[in-house]
Design a protein around this ligand. Sequence first.
Ligand SMILES: *[C@@H]1O[C@H](CO)[C@@H](O)[C@H](O)[C@H]1NC(C)=O
Ligand SMILES: *[C@@H]1O[C@H](CO)[C@@H](O)[C@H](O)[C@H]1NC(C)=O
Ligand SMILES: *[C@@H]1O[C@H](CO)[C@@H](O)[C@H](O)[C@H]1NC(C)=O
Ligand SMILES: *[C@@H]1O[C@H](CO)[C@@H](O)[C@H](O)[C@H]1NC(C)=O
Ligand SMILES: *[C@@H]1O[C@H](CO)[C@@H](O)[C@H](O)[C@H]1NC(C)=O
Ligand SMILES: *[C@@H]1O[C@H](CO)[C@@H](O)[C@H](O)[C@H]1NC(C)=O
Ligand SMILES: *[C@@H]1O[C@H](CO)[C@@H](O)[C@H](O)[C@H]1NC(C)=O
Ligand SMILES: *[C@@H]1O[C@H](CO)[C@@H](O)[C@H](O)[C@H]1NC(C)=O
Ligand SMILES: CC(=O)N[C@H]1CO[C@H](CO)[C@@H](O)[C@@H]1O
Length: 805
Amino acid sequence: MGGVLDYTLAVFLAILHASASSLEAISRNSPNSRLFPHVSGHVLQPKHTAVKGPKATNKFWTNWIISDAVAGNGAVHAIYPMPYVLKLGSSRELKASHNPEPTMWYQDGRLKDRDGSRLELYRTPFVGEFALGAVELGGQHDFQLVSEGIFGIHVEVKNDQANASMVYPIYSGMAYVSARYSGATPKVTTERRSFGDVTAFNKLQKVKPGVWRVSTGHHPLSRRPAEIRIYVLDANLRFVDDTFELALSCDAYCLVLNKPLEGWVRAAHVVAPEDAEVLDAHARAILVGWDLEVEDGSVRYKFQLAEGHDVPELLHWAYAHHEKMLQQKPSGQTRMANLTASQAPTKGTMRGVLGNEWHLEVPFFNQTDALDFLPKANLTDRRELLAAEANQSLQWLQKNWRAAMFKSDYYFSGKGFQKVASVCLLAEQLLSPQQSEACSDLLGQAFQCLLTREKKQDCVGAPKGLVYDMDWGGLPSALGYNAQWHSNPVLHCMLADFGNSCYNDHHYHFGYFVVAGAILAKLRPEWVNNTDFVDYVDGLVRDTSNPSSEDEYFPRFRSFDWFDLHSWSRGLAPNPAGKDEESISEELNLHYGIHLWGRQTGRASLQKMGAAMLALAITTVQEFFLMSQGNPHHPQDYARNRAAGLLLQNEARYSTYFGNRFEYIHGIQMLPLTPALMLARTPEFNKLEWSEILCNLPLSTADRWTSILLTGNLAMFDPETAFERLQKMSPQKMDDGLTKAWALYWANAQANGGKGNWSCGKPPFHGPRVCPTGQYRSGVQCVACPAGTYNNLTNQTSHEAAWMP
Ligand SMILES: *[C@@H]1O[C@H](CO)[C@@H](O)[C@H](O)[C@H]1NC(C)=O
Ligand SMILES: *[C@@H]1O[C@H](CO)[C@@H](O)[C@H](O)[C@H]1NC(C)=O
Ligand SMILES: *[C@@H]1O[C@H](CO)[C@@H](O)[C@H](O)[C@H]1NC(C)=O
Ligand SMILES: *[C@@H]1O[C@H](CO)[C@@H](O)[C@H](O)[C@H]1NC(C)=O
Ligand SMILES: *[C@@H]1O[C@H](CO)[C@@H](O)[C@H](O)[C@H]1NC(C)=O
Ligand SMILES: *[C@@H]1O[C@H](CO)[C@@H](O)[C@H](O)[C@H]1NC(C)=O
Ligand SMILES: *[C@@H]1O[C@H](CO)[C@@H](O)[C@H](O)[C@H]1NC(C)=O
Ligand SMILES: *[C@@H]1O[C@H](CO)[C@@H](O)[C@H](O)[C@H]1NC(C)=O
Ligand SMILES: CC(=O)N[C@H]1CO[C@H](CO)[C@@H](O)[C@@H]1O
C-alpha cells in the first residue's frame, strides 16, 4: 500500500516538476524524413569517442574528437574548461596550463593605419605546469570520451594488458585537474625545464599524508614559476596514508608515486600561498556530473560529486556574471571561497565559489519573456510616411521576393526571410488587410519551397536543403555534407555556407528562419496546422537548442553553453584557440525567435526557455562582449575597441572572419534589428561606441554598412539624426537583411526622442608601426627589451620581448 502511495506521490511530483521546468523535449519523434532525409557518412567522422547517439559539436572539447588529414588532428590542440587549459600529452597524460600572462599585439599588424594605442589581439600561451599520467600508460594507449554532458566529459586512457586505467572528469570551471586511477601508478610530469640550480620540479614537500606541494622551474613563455598542490586520495576519497610516497624522478622532470593507486590524484595551481588552505579543505570534493534546471528566470546547477567518506562542499570557479547572478541569501546554497581570483585566458578573472548547487537569478527574464514582435512605437506624426515606405517595400518585394529570399545558402537566405517577415509585420500594422495578406502569402510561398525538396521553377535559388545526419545527430546543410564531386570535400564542408555542413554557425543561420516562422505563424495562424511547417521550424530549434535527453535525435543545446551563458559558433573544425563567437546579435536573434515560436505554437516551456536563454545571453553580452568604459574583463587597451570582435576561448581579435573594416567589426554586432537587440544595446553604450569610433567613419550613403550603423547604433541614442540620415539613403543601399521601411520604423521606435547630446571624438591616430631590433612595442612606444631578452622579429610587437633560451 505504502509502495503504491509512494509511487503515486512520485508521479505527482514528477508532473509538478515537469510543468514548472523550461526544459521539456520539443519532440521525441524522429526528424521528419520528407523534410530532412536521413543520411550518414559525414566527411568528418567522430573520433576518440565511445558516446552513443547524438554528439555535441560546438562544446569546448570538440577539438579532441576530430582527426582528419585536411581538418587536422584536433587531439594535439588544447581544450578550454577555464580557467585551466588542457592538452593531451604523447603518453595521453593530462597536461594543465594556468598562465596568467597573455601576449598582446597592438594595432600595427594587419590592421593598418589605426589607433596604435589600442590592442588588436591577445592570447595566452600554453605553459604546461603539470600533467597527470601513469607509469603503465604510454603513447600506444589511446584515449576516448566515455561520456559527455552539456558541461563536460569523462576521458579514459587504459592499458588492458596491465589492467590499468585513468579517467579524467573535465568540466567548465573545475577548480582541480583530476584523474581516477585504477591499478595505475601515478606519474606527474611538467613542461617546465631545469636551468642552472633550479630544476623542472623543485622544493617537493609532503605537507601531510596525501598532500604535497611542489614548485616548477623555467619556461620560455612564462616569467614566473608556479606552485602546485598535489592530492592523492583513496577510492573512498580519504587522503592516502603514509605508505604512499611521492618522489622526484626522471632528473626532476617527474614525480612518481611509490605504488599503483586505486583512487584519485588531483592537482591545483596555488596562485597565492594563503590559498592552499581552501584548496586543501575542498580537495576531496570531486565533480563527476552536473545537472541543469531552468524554471522561468532561474537557473540551477546541481553538481554531482564522487561518492566517498564525509565529502566536503564543492569548490568551483565562477565568471563575473555568475557571481552577480548567484543569490547571496544567508540561507543560500553558495558562498564565495576565500581564494585569490584566477585569471582565465579570456573573460577576465574567475572567483572561487563553495556549494553543491548554484542558483542563478536571471536579471532580464521579466523583460525578455514579455517581448513582442514589433518594438513599441509612437506613430502619431509619421504614420503616413512609414506606411508609404512599407508600401514601397512591399511593392518591390512582390516583384523580387525570390531574389530577396532565395540566395542558395542558409545564411543569406535567412536574412532575406526575416527581412520579408519584418515588412509583413509593418504591413499588418500600417497597410490594408489585403496588403498584409499579400505580404504573408509571399512569406508562405517561400517557406513552402523549403518544405518541398523537389524544387519547382518557383523555388529556384532556395537553399539546397538540410539533411538529418545520423553520425552526429543534427541538421547540417546538404551542400557540403559529403560532396564527393568536390576536389576537397572536407574543406568544402568547413567553408561552404559558412561551414553549416560542419555544424558551424547554425544558431546564426537558423535564428533568422525561426523568427520568420514565428511571424508567419502570427500573421497566418493556419500555418500552425501545417505539420511539415511546424516540423521544419521545430527541427531548426531542436538542432540548435534541444533541451532534453528525451529527444534522442539531437545533442542537448548544440550552441548554447550553459556555463559561459552564450553560444559558440564553431562546429567540427578544430582550432588551437578553442571555440569562438563572432556575432552576438545574431545569437540573440535565435533565442528571441525560440521565445516567439514557443508562444505562437502554444508551448509555454519553449517560450520560457527562449526567454531565459535570451536573458542570459544579454547579461553575458553586456559583461564581456560590448565593452563599456572601464570594462574589467579585457586588457584596458583592448576594451577601448568597445566591440570584442572575434572572441575565442583563448583569443580576442578585433576583426571578423570576412574582413577587418571597422564597419564590419562593429556592425556584425548590430543585426538583425529586433526588440531583443534593444535590451542588449543600451543608449549609453551606443553613444560611447559612436562618439569614440563610428562617428569618424565615412558613413557614405552608398555603403550598405551605413544602414546598419545608423540603425543599430546611432538611432538607439539619437533617433532623430539617424532618422534624417536614413531617409536620405536609397532603398537599394540598405543592408541585404534590411528594408528602408524597417530601418525608419526602428529609428522612430527608439525611446530617446530628440537630438542626442554627443560630439565626435578624436579621429584614430597612428602610432609608429615598427620597432627596431632590440626594442619591443608597449602601447604607442618602442622600448628597449629588458636585459637578457631580445626581439628580432621585424614588426613584431608583442608586449613582452621573447625570452632568450
Ligand atoms: C583489474 O582491476 C580491477 C580494479 O582495479 C580489479 O577489480 C580486477 O580484478 C582486475 N582484473 C584483473 C584481471 O586483474
Ligand atoms: C581569508 O584568508 C586570509 C588569509 O589566509 C585570512 O587572513 C582571512 O581572515 C580570511 N577571511 C575569511 C573571511 O575567512
Ligand atoms: C518578475 O516578475 C515576477 C512576477 O510578476 C515578480 O515577482 C518579480 O519580482 C519580477 N522580477 C523582477 C526582477 O522584476
Ligand atoms: C507621440 O508623439 C507625439 C508627437 O511627437 C506626442 O505629442 C505624443 O505625446 C506622443 N505620445 C506618446 C504616448 O508618447
Ligand atoms: C502603394 O503603392 C502603389 C504603387 O506605388 C500605389 O499605387 C498605391 O496607391 C499605394 N497604396 C498605399 C495604401 O499607399
Ligand atoms: C487547425 O485545425 C483544427 C482542426 O482541424 C481547426 O479546428 C482549427 O480551426 C485550425 N486552426 C487554424 C488556425 O486554422
Ligand atoms: C551634454 O553632455 C555634456 C557632457 O556629457 C554635458 O556637460 C552637457 O551639459 C550636456 N548638454 C545637454 C544640453 O544636455
Ligand atoms: C632571431 O634570433 C635567433 C637567435 O639569433 C635566430 O635563431 C632566429 O632565426 C631569429 N629570428 C628571426 C625571425 O630573425
Ligand atoms: C618583415 C616585414 O614585414 N617588414 C615590414 C615591416 O614594416 C615596414 C614598414 O611598414 C615594411 O617596410 C617592412 O617590409
